[in-house]
Design a protein around this ligand. Structure first.
Ligand SMILES: CC(C)=CCC/C(C)=C/CC/C(C)=C/C=C/C(C)=C/C=C/C=C(C)/C=C/C=C(C)/C=C/C=C(C)/C=C/CC(C)(C)O
Ligand SMILES: C[S@@+](CC[C@H](N)C(=O)[O-])C[C@H]1O[C@@H](n2cnc3c(N)ncnc32)[C@H](O)[C@@H]1O
Length: 351
């Protein structure tokens, strides 16, 4: 242990530091950061309550009195006051006179596409993490995977209602990923772009708006195709199949894999990258975009999420570069605007 850690870990030094002006500020700040770690679960549950009770959405429509919020949510006034104070302390609401408003942070959170749905859906993840030691030992049977049936292969996503539920959450949460991917990649010189595992076509809709003349192909499981067809109509060539068993259609000089690799084992990823290589011409581009290891979001959220899914894992940009290089792509430097949204790793097909 280094001397800084020895000091920080000494109870005597902790007490002493509260009596020394410059140190007091640091000790207090560190204490608060530790408290936030300890209380993180309460913070998340407050957030989920604000979403599930419709309070975040209600204040998004305009300011309201506590009594109105009590009627909207069905929470008795006294209990609601505890929740409102929590929301205020977390910087989401503020109170002026007797009226509650969203803060700028609250308004920003409410406006992130799909985020409130994702917050509600976290109850599954939290159930899976209820006994975290057993979870990390691999002794639990997480239920999260049941929500995303496609991960287990083409046969598992046959129920259209279930396919529609996950497609909706995927589509909603795609907006920022598409925004960042398109800000980081220029497809101006592409001749045809194929989005493999393109889901209901949310990314390709954005590509079509940005590049109206660029021919587009979407490849996904048969159960997902109807949602893509109704969203994209004839603008996009839709091809159904499984990248586990089928080769990919040729004709594209750019392939995108958006939030696809982290669902799958290295074995499946290797096979998939091999199929992408076979489908692309020499000099063709492969763009992988998803949250990656090496950021707090990647390491302390998406990695746990993927572990609960049991089929894939979050990889670092350099792991993805190595897998790409192995498949015959010359990787380009990784880029990200917001690592909690996505990181892009690109490769160019070698002959
Ligand atoms: C004028 C100034 C200087 C200040 C005034 C204040 C002001 C106006 C502030 C506002 C600032 C602003 C514009 C803020 C914008 C904030 C944004 C855009 C925040 C975005 C946050 C996005 C988040 C938190 C995204 C979360 C995404 C999640 C949790 C996605 C989960 C996806 C999963 C689990 C996917 C699973 C798929 C599977 C199964 C692994 O395949
Ligand atoms: C996490 S979702 C991402 C969807 C979309 N790219 C996005 O970012 O919103 C993964 C996608 O891969 C598709 N997928 C999974 N296994 C597949 C397979 N074996 N063949 C083709 N597509 C598959 C799923 O149906 C799903 O649409």
């Amino acid at each position: 242990m280094g001397w800084v850690q020895r000091l920080a870990g000494s109870r005597r030094f902790q007490s002493l530091s509260m009596r020394i002006p410059g140190l007091r500020r640091i000790a207090r700040r560190e204490g608060e950061a530790i408290f936030d770690l300890v209380a993180g679960f309460c913070h998340s549950q407050v957030l989920m309550a604000l979403v599930d009770l419709g309070l975040l959405q209600r204040l998004g429509e305009g300011p309201a009195e506590a009594a109105q919020l009590s009627r909207v949510s069905g929470v008795p006034a006294e209990r609601l006051e505890v929740l409102l104070r929590s929301a205020i302390s977390l910087g989401l609401f503020h109170r002026r006179g007797g009226t509650l408003h969203l803060t700028a942070r609250g308004a920003a959170l409410a406006a992130v596409p799909g985020l409130t749905e994702m917050i509600s859906h976290h109850r599954l993840l939290y159930r899976d993490l209820e006994d975290p030691a057993a979870f990390f030992r691999g002794e639990t049977e997480p239920e999260l995977a049941g929500f995303w049936p496609y991960v287990f292969g083409a046969g598992a996503a046959e129920d259209p209602a279930q396919a529609a539920a996950y497609s909706r959450l995927m589509t909603e949460s795609q907006a920022l990923v598409a925004e960042d991917t398109l800000a980081l990649c220029d497809f101006g010189s592409a001749r045809r772009l194929m989005d493999v595992g393109g889901g209901a076509g949310a990314f390709l809709s954005e590509v079509a708006t940005r590049y109206p003349d660029l021919p587009l192909t979407l490849f996904d499981l048969p159960a997902v195709a109807p949602a893509a067809e109704s969203r994209l109509g004839t603008r996009v060539r839709i091809c159904s199949g499984s990248f586990r068993n089928d080769s990919l259609p040729s004709g594209a000089d750019v392939v995108t894999l958006i939030r696809v690799l982290y669902d799958h084992s290295d074995e499946t990823v290797r096979a998939l990258l091999g199929r992408v290589h076979a489908a692309l011409p020499d000099g063709g581009r492969l763009v992988v975009s998803e949250p990656m290891a090496g950021s707090r979001a990647g390491d302390a959220y998406f990695s746990l999420y993927c572990m609960a899914m049991r089929t894939g894992r979050v990889r670092s940009p350099s792991e993805i570069r190595s897998l790409m290089a192995e498949a015959g792509f010359a990787p380009v430097r990784p880029r990200s605007r917001r690592p909690f949204v996505t990181t892009v790793v690109e490769g160019v097909r070698n002959s």
